[in-house]
Design a protein around this ligand. Structure first.
Ligand SMILES: [Zn+2]
Ligand SMILES: [Zn+2]
Length: 443
């Protein structure tokens, strides 16, 4: 596909109203299809995936009706473990990172280990759409599509557990809780999965994961090579002044005025301190200070987030923030503290893994249905696995303009076109089979 045609496709797919600032890359690089030729005919996988359609829809609807919040995925975990055991997987380890599951499916042929990750948690959002599979838990909804991710991974396990002769090596399934973030004071998510050995015994040599994307039409997938999603850090700034009567501000130090200056000055990191070609978002999300209309506040708290797509920029930000805050507060006789927390890492798709995987995806869906995306400044804890082993995280189209399915993630109206389930299973089954076959030959 030419890059011009790709750009045109992407503009149709990614209207600025949905993805403000998201523009297509100049095109998918010229990958070498011959390096990834699969001897497993995608057509047989496609047929097997089609045969699973009603089962996939039933699983997804069951998960959707029973959403559970981060680190509370008890039922979800129980149901998945039951399904995996019924399929006869070789190992189904539960209780990893609280309600996570690590399962192994060993192939009939020797080869390496590859992992598939699916996240399990829902969000504290009330479902407002009237669908037959509406959430039965008030105030909780699978509004990020993790019900789809679990269903696709289960579909792969179901399909391949009865066709082990196709597998050169072992597939490791990671069902991960708390991707949206563990409750305050709790550990969770990918970091805890890794800490509790999810990538050990055996260690996969690559990991694949997917995320729903309502901006992409069902039947298509979106990919990035290199940085795909941002690192997400957070900070809490405390501005300290001196409390006095609101009518006599000259006798004190007004923390509100100083905080206002700090909010503005911090934006110059983006505009004046970091190379304009390097993505950076610095957002102040909350501001709290003062206790009465006629008292000068002696303390203001500012909370915010920093998003970056390169480690070089990311590592510079805390010092630049300190320089700015130090200068501004000193000018007014105030002082400050900052608690800067590095959180989720950059989701970085290993370029070599993308390059060798892309032809398989194009073969399964058709070249025009694999579209190149610009990076997102939202984050994903899939990135933690990618810090240990090469990984490829891509986007599964779940939208349908024709059916009116366009609501974005984390909204009360979020929904998916369930045709995405068969597509999802087809793509990732071929991807992992092809990976194992190719790398078993290289051993
Ligand atoms: Zn989410
Ligand atoms: Zn998500």
């Amino acid at each position: 596909m030419s890059s011009r045609r790709l750009l045109a496709t992407c503009r149709v797919l990614l209207p600025s109203v949905l993805f403000s600032g998201a523009l297509c890359l100049t095109g998918i690089p010229s990958f070498h299809a011959q390096s990834s030729r699969a001897s497993t005919p995608p057509v047989s996988i496609a047929r097997a995936a089609e045969d699973l359609r009603s089962q996939l829809i039933a699983w997804r609807r069951d998960f959707h009706r029973h959403p559970e919040l981060s680190n509370r995925e008890e039922r979800t975990s129980r149901v998945i473990a039951e399904h995996l055991r019924a399929m006869g997987l070789d190992e189904v380890k539960t209780g990893v990172a609280k309600h996570g599951i690590v399962a192994l499916l060993k192939g009939a042929k020797p080869g390496p280990v590859v992992a598939i990750r699916a996240d399990m948690d829902a969000l504290p959002i009330e479902e407002t759409i009237d669908v037959p599979y509406k959430s039965q838990h008030p105030g909780v909804k699978h509004a990020c599509g993790h019900d789809v991710h679990m269903t696709v991974a289960l579909g792969v396990a179901q399909l391949l557990s009865s066709q082990r002769e196709l597998i050169h090596g072992t597939i490791k399934f990671l069902f991960q809780p708390a991707e949206e973030g563990a409750p305050e004071g709790e550990e969770g998510g990918a970091a805890l999965m890794i800490k509790e050995g999810a990538l050990d015994n055996p260690r996969p040599q690559a990991i694949f994961g997917l995320h729903t994307n309502p901006s992409i039409e069902v039947g298509q997938i979106g990919i990035h090579s290199g940085p795909a999603m941002a690192a997400s850090d957070s900070f809490l700034i405390t501005i300290r002044g001196k409390k006095v009567h609101g009518a006599q501000p000259h006798q004190g130090v007004d923390a509100v005025v100083v905080a206002a200056e700090c909010v503005t000055a911090l934006q110059t990191l983006r505009s004046r301190r970091i190379d304009a070609t390097q993505p950076l978002v610095l957002s102040i999300g909350t501001i709290h200070g003062g206790n009465r209309f006629n008292i000068i506040a002696d303390e203001v708290l500012l909370e915010g987030t920093v998003r970056t797509l390169s480690e070089e920029v990311r590592s510079r930000i805390p010092q630049l923030m300190r320089e700015t805050l130090g200068g501004v507060t000193a000018a007014y006789g105030a002082s400050y503290d900052i608690d800067y927390v590095r959180r989720t890492a950059i989701t970085f798709n290993d370029p070599k893994l993308v390059e060798e995987t892309l032809p398989v995806m194009q073969q399964v869906l058709g070249t025009s249905n694999v579209v190149s995306l610009s990076p997102f400044m939202v984050s994903e804890d899939f990135s933690y696995y990618q810090q240990v082993i090469p990984g490829f995280f891509y986007f599964l189209g779940v939208g349908s303009r024709a059916k009116g399915i366009t609501a974005m993630w984390h909204t009360p109206e979020f929904d998916v076109d369930e045709e995405c389930l068969v597509v999802g299973v087809k793509v990732i089954t071929n991807v992992v089979l092809n990976y194992l076959e190719r790398h078993s030959a290289l051993r």
